[in-house]
Design a protein around this ligand. Structure first.
Ligand SMILES: N[C@@H](CCC(=O)N[C@@H](CS)C(=O)NCC(=O)O)C(=O)O
Length: 80
């Protein structure tokens, strides 16, 4: 299960979302927007920093900030 925390208007999030679309991973990734109730608290609890994008890969027990790292991780582990 993959979760991506994003914020509307965030260019770094858009960059990650473009790659998710390219890799056709939309169905595998739950997107959570900081604008929604409780999401900022959840992000801080899981990542410790108020920054997006933030990816959580629960199956691999991996989480990370930084769009470039997230893109590299998705390409390495989830490209078809
Ligand atoms: N180097 C980071 C930059 C991420 C970044 O600056 N994100 C902004 C939104 S575009 C952010 O989370 N700012 C703090 C906030 O909005 O509260 C990356 O490439 O992911």
């Amino acid at each position: 299960m993959l979760t991506l925390y994003v914020k509307t208007g965030c260019p770094f999030c858009a960059k990650v979302k473009n790659v998710i679309a390219e890799l056709e991973l939309e169905d595998k990734i739950e997107e959570k927007n900081l604008a929604d109730d409780g999401m900022l608290e959840e992000l801080l609890e899981k990542g410790g920093q108020q920054m997006v994008p933030f990816l959580v890969d629960a199956d691999r027990d991996v989480s990370m900030y930084e769009s470039a790292d997230i893109i590299a991780y998705l390409k390495e582990h989830y490209a078809a």
